[in-house]
Write a protein that binds this ligand. Structure first.
Ligand SMILES: C[S@@+](CC[C@H](N)C(=O)[O-])C[C@H]1O[C@@H](n2cnc3c(N)ncnc32)[C@H](O)[C@@H]1O
Length: 250
C-alpha cells in the first residue's frame, strides 16, 4: 500500500544526533495535527489488527497507532530483527503487533514477556505502582485467542524479565523493535539494558509509559540512562518516547 504519511516538506532528510527527525515528524505531527488518525482508521490492516486484539489491550489509541505506523512504513527500511515487548499484561498490544508482523514481515516473531501474574516489587522512591498491580491477566484466555487467530509468530514468555531475557535474546538474536511497557523503574531499566546490545542498526526502542503522569519511575530511567548516560536524543516524545539504536550518531 502507498504511504499516506505527511511529506513534511522542507525538513532535512537523514540522521541528526542519532535519530531521524523527518520520520519522527511524519508520525508524531501527522497523528497529532495532520489528520493521520483518520487515514489509519481507514487502513484495513489496522482495522484487522485492532479487531484481533479486541478488548485485551490497554494502550492508548495514539500509542497503538504510532506502533502501527512504525511497523507499516518504517520497519522494512532497517535490518531484519524480531519484536520484543516488555510488559504484555492481557496480551492486547502483543496480539496487535503479531497480527501486523504476520501480514508484513514473514519470519518475524513477537516475544511477549510478562509475569502474567502482576507487577513485582516496585521502587517506592519513584514508582506509583505497587507489587501485584495487573495481577488479573488471564494466560489461558490469551493462549486460546492466539490459537484461534493462528498467530504462530507470537511467543508468550512467562516470568520475570530478569529470569527470561537471556533465553529470549539467545533465540531472537536481533531485535528491530523493543516495546517497553512495564511502568516501573526497575523493570524499565532492566528492559532497556537487556535489549540494547541486541538492537539492529536503527532499531526502534519505544517507551510506552515514560510520559505518563502515573509512571515517573519510567520517566526517570529515560532521563538518567537513555538521555544523560547514553546521550540519545528522541525521535518522538509524543505520543510516546521513541529512540533509535543507531551505531553511528551522525
Ligand atoms: C501496563 S502493563 C502492560 C500493558 C500491555 N502492554 C498492553 O498494552 O495491554 C505492565 C505489565 O508489566 C509487567 N511487569 C512489570 N515488571 C515486570 C518484570 N520485572 N517482569 C515481568 N513482567 C513485569 C506487569 O506484570 C504488567 O502486566
Amino acid at each position: 500500500m502507498e504511504s499516506y504519511l505527511p511529506p513534511m516538506q522542507g525538513i532535512t532528510k537523514g540522521i541528526r544526533q542519532g535519530r531521524n527527525v523527518l520520520e519522527g515528524y511524519q508520525r508524531g505531527w501527522g497523528l497529532q495535527f495532520g489528520g493521520l488518525m483518520e487515514r489509519i482508521e481507514k487502513d484495513p490492516l489496522h482495522r484487522e489488527a485492532a479487531a484481533a486484539a479486541g478488548d485485551l489491550g490497554i494502550l492508548s489509541q495514539h500509542n497503538r497507532m504510532n506502533i502501527f505506523l512504525i511497523m507499516r512504513f518504517f520497519l522494512h527500511k532497517i535490518p531484519f530483527g524480531h519484536i520484543v515487548e516488555y510488559g504484555s499484561y492481557r496480551g492486547g498490544s502483543a496480539i496487535f503487533m503479531a497480527y501486523v508482523a504476520q501480514q508484513l514481515y514473514p519470519g518475524m516473531k513477537v516475544f511477549a514477556l510478562d509475569t502474567f501474574e502482576g507487577m513485582p516489587v516496585t521502587d517506592k522512591n519513584v514508582d506509583a505502582h505497587n507489587a501485584g498491580d495487573f495481577a488479573d491477566a488471564d494466560l489461558g484466555r490469551l493462549k486460546a485467542r492466539i490459537d484461534r487467530l493462528k498467530l504462530d509468530n507470537l511467543v508468550l514468555v512467562k516470568g520475570l524479565f530478569e529470569d527470561t531475557n537471556d533465553a529470549v535474546m539467545a533465540e531472537a538474536g536481533k531485535v528491530s523493535l523493543a516495546h517497553i511497557d512495564c511502568d516501573i523503574a526497575p523493570a524499565v531499566r532492566y528492559s532497556y539494558e537487556g535489549v540494547k546490545p541486541f538492537m539492529v542498526d536503527g532499531g526502534y526502542i519505544v517507551f510506552d509509559d515514560a510520559t505518563y503522569s502515573s509512571c515517573i519511575g519510567a520517566t526517570e530511567v529515560v532521563e538518567d540512562i537513555v538521555i544523560r548516560r547514553d546521550g540519545r536524543n528522541s525521535e518522538q516524545i509524543w505520543p510516546h518516547f521513541v529512540f533509535r539504536a543507531f551505531a553511528e550518531r551522525a
